[in-house]
Design a protein around this ligand. Structure first.
Ligand code: HEM
Length: 581
């Protein structure tokens, strides 16, 4: 179990040093404090100093008792101070021990005791992300480096051979403290759990991503893709527009229908309460992660942001709860009716399966079914992991194709070969044939990995490239920097899908390219994501030609939970001359 780093609220957060900490940490305003004291202290006083007490402890003036109370108060205060000092000195000793052990690991200067590198950090997410990437470039020829965020060290990994040490091992599956802020929403589902719970869940959930099931989901993807292109129609031959939200809502509709079997029609109704809550929650979580003064549950619960969090949490859980209950009831009804034959046909409604249907019937190795709460954790996890990631990835592909017309021409050529003039829905067979598009998607995830960094905690001491790393240290794996290693990907900033042609990628270290992580704790939704990306992008590109005037340095990528272009993706659409639509 990870224990919370005992960082002081006023100290520096991982992403946003200083800032409004003092105001958020300020004691309660005077009137409240006054009432509090009134309620607690007054009765004591009347007992201690009162001439008579209804309680009848003593009818004589009680200075000695007052003195005793004062003495107890002083004693309790001293004890508390002593305990705090003890905890703090243990913390200091621990920090000092780590500092000493990690001294040989290259790091950034200046680095101060307790503050670490925090004074150097940019406050804005966008600038901070650029800064991290700049450090990784400066340390390119060194196997790893460390950053001290306040008193907490983070090991930064961006070379295939160091990343391999972590990802290939089944020992390093623990997630760091910062993932804790996902728990209120996602519980300890697949993404956030660890140890035996994670192992058992992973075993139970792997079959739900089986090819045959993904085949069912292709219908949903085709349907939502065709709604998307209808929405995009109004921009054809018009001014540049930001396509980010269009793509994101489409991905959201897909995950809602495939995970829960619920069509929320986000593409037609951006204002759905659930949709708003999903986005607000992601923002709140990310903000909390980078604001140590909001880490305490108590403090969070009493501040405005914490209350907003509770409100949105309720919306999200109420929605998932009701969908689960509805599905469970449907399943029961179907069991009852399964023997009843109406008009010669079984009455069982042959609906599409969603992940939720499978979760309701799956069992662990002991034949035990998942509880509603277990199921909610996983459905919420799929909702969280399963749409922003694919939406960002598709947006980056659209941007890159708009910037590289010759690559787009190759994609169009391939699509024409597979589909000709037909506007039929896409099949799995078609997807298999879209090999060039696949390389385009891979190369795009190399340059713009949807998850630009992810982390692990070492539950035991480890040696990496001769450096001793103490137990409890967190490491951050940075695909964004890893994928730019010029020894593996020459001229790394160039967009070259042919890097992923089999003849060019055979023999490459598999840990040099990990947009979906790798090893035992890799992304369970990888195949789902690839099918979705191909289907949506192919549908758009069968119909439109994409142009963009946005330059790379106008993208302002920001690596929050997901790598996003901070100012959107601005494109123009032209109808394809060969298109029949
Ligand atoms: C382009 C799309 C996607 C990318 C780039 C991506 C990337 C990743 C990465 C890097 C991780 C490891 C995170 C960590 O260790 O902290 C991960 C884990 C995970 N992803 Fe994805 N993901 C994508 C799509 C999806 C989809 C569509 C789903 C579900 C439908 C999904 C579900 C999950 C889950 C449940 C985990 C946790 C797995 C575990 O720890 O066992 N992802 N993903």
């Amino acid at each position: 179990m990870l224990s919370p780093p005992p960082i002081e609220p006023a100290s520096i957060g991982p992403l946003q040093p200083l800032g409004p900490a003092p105001s958020r940490e300020a004691p309660p305003p005077p009137p409240q404090g006054f009432h509090f004291l009134q309620r607690r202290v007054r009765p004591e006083r009347s007992r201690g100093f009162g001439l008579s007490s209804g309680g009848g402890m003593s009818s004589s003036p009680s200075w000695p008792e007052g003195g005793r109370i004062l003495a107890w108060g002083a004693g309790a205060g001293a004890l508390l101070a002593g305990l705090l000092a003890l905890a703090f000195s243990r913390f200091l000793l621990d920090a000092f021990r780590r500092w000493k052990v990690l001294k040989p690991v290259p790091g950034i200067n200046p680095c101060y005791p307790l503050l670490g590198n925090a004074l150097l950090f940019e406050k804005q997410g966008e600038a901070f992300f650029q800064q991290l990437m700049k450090y990784s470039e400066q340390f390119r020829n060194i196997p790893l480096y460390k950053l001290w965020v306040g008193p907490i060290p983070f090991l930064i990994l961006y070379h295939a051979d160091t990343v391999e040490v972590i990802l290939s091992s089944s020992k390093y599956i623990e997630k760091p403290y910062l993932y804790k802020f996902l728990h209120p929403w996602l519980g300890t589902g697949l993404l956030t759990s660890t140890g035996d719970k994670w192992r058992s869940r992973r075993k139970m959930l792997t079959p739900t991503f089986h090819f045959a099931i993904l085949l069912d989901f292709l219908d949903v993807m085709n349907e939502q893709a065709s709604i998307l292109v209808q929405k995009l129609e109004k921009h054809v031959d018009k001014e540049p527009f930001d396509c980010f939200l269009y793509i994101t809502l489409c991905a959201l509709d897909i995950i809602c229908e495939t995970a829960m079997g619920k069509n929320i029609g986000a593409q037609n109704n951006k204002d759905s309460e659930y949709v708003r809550a999903v986005y607000r929650m992601s923002d709140l979580i990310h903000h909390r992660q980078k604001s140590p003064w909001l880490w305490s549950d108590f403090i969070y619960s009493i501040c405005q942001e914490g209350r907003d969090h509770s409100k949105n949490l309720k919306i999200l859980h109420t929605f998932t709860d009701s969908v689960i209950a509805e599905k469970a009831q449907q399943l029961k009804n179907q069991e009852h009716k399964s023997d009843v034959i109406i008009n010669g046909e079984q009455s069982k409604t042959k609906g599409r399966r969603a992940f939720l249907d499978m979760l309701l019937s799956t069992t662990d190795e002991n034949g035990k079914k998942m509880s509603y709460l277990d199921i909610r954790e996983e459905v919420d996890t799929f909702m969280f992991e399963g749409h922003d990631t694919t939406a960002a990835a598709m947006n980056w592909v659209i941007y890159l194709l708009g910037s590289y017309p010759e690559v787009q021409r190759n994609v169009h050529k391939e699509l024409d070969e597979v589909f000709g003039d037909s506007d039929r829905p896409i099949t799995m067979d078609d997807l298999k044939q879209l090999r060039y598009l696949e390389s385009v998607i891979k190369e795009s995830l190399r340059l713009f990995p949807s998850v630009p960094l992810f982390a692990r905690t070492f539950t035991e001491e480890v040696h990496i490239k001769g450096f001793k790393i103490p137990q409890g240290t967190d490491c951050i794996i940075v695909p964004y920097a890893l994928h730019r290693d010029p020894d593996v990907f020459p001229e790394p900033e160039e967009f070259r899908p042919e890097r992923f042609f089999p003849e060019n990628s055979n023999g490459r270290n598999p840990y040099a390219y990990v947009p979906f992580s790798a090893g035992p704790r890799n992304c369970i939704g990888q195949r789902f994501a690839q099918i979705e990306e191909k289907t949506i992008l192919a549908t758009i590109l069968r119909r439109f030609q994409i142009e963009t005037k946005q330059k790379r340095d106008e993208l302002y990528p920001v690596g929050e939970l997901i790598l996003r272009p901070n100012r959107g993706i601005w494109i123009q659409l032209k109808r394809r001359s060969s298109s029949n639509f």
